[in-house]
Design a protein around this ligand. Structure first.
Ligand SMILES: [Cu+2]
Length: 123
């Protein structure tokens, strides 16, 4: 009976070790993937700044919680999402290989000037 318990315990320890090894994979050298949820309204992004590692695949879920059309544009990456009020849209881009800060903004007339901008921080 006790032997059986030890065998089960052994399996559990092994399973935990495998899970831990997988979980740490994102931080190691290779380009991983990340997903960010961003809300747009008049006239801001929440959050305004997103972080990514060089070469990482970034999926953006952009939800317009405002009352007029908003976009999510990273001009340097030729990336654009457009969402109508209440709409959620998703898209992916690959973060640049070069570390730096890339401008995110809403290109609906007047919105950037009103404060609807943020940063993609690659490092
Ligand atoms: Cu806007």
């Amino acid at each position: 009976m006790f032997r059986k318990f030890l065998i089960v315990l052994g399996f559990m320890i092994a399973a935990t070790a495998v899970l831990a090894a997988c979980g740490g994979g994102g931080g190691g050298g290779g380009a991983g993937a990340t997903t960010v949820n961003i809300e747009g309204s008049e006239f801001a992004y929440q959050p305004a700044d997103i972080n990514a590692k060089p070469g990482e695949k970034v999926t953006v879920n952009f939800k317009n919680i405002g009352t007029v059309e908003h976009t999510f544009v990273i001009k340097d990456l030729n990336f654009k999402l457009t969402a109508q009020p209440g709409q959620s849209v998703s898209g992916s881009f690959t973060a640049p290989a070069a570390a730096g800060t890339y401008v995110i903004h809403c290109d609906v007339a007047g919105h950037t000037e009103a404060g609807m901008h943020g940063s993609l921080i690659v490092k």
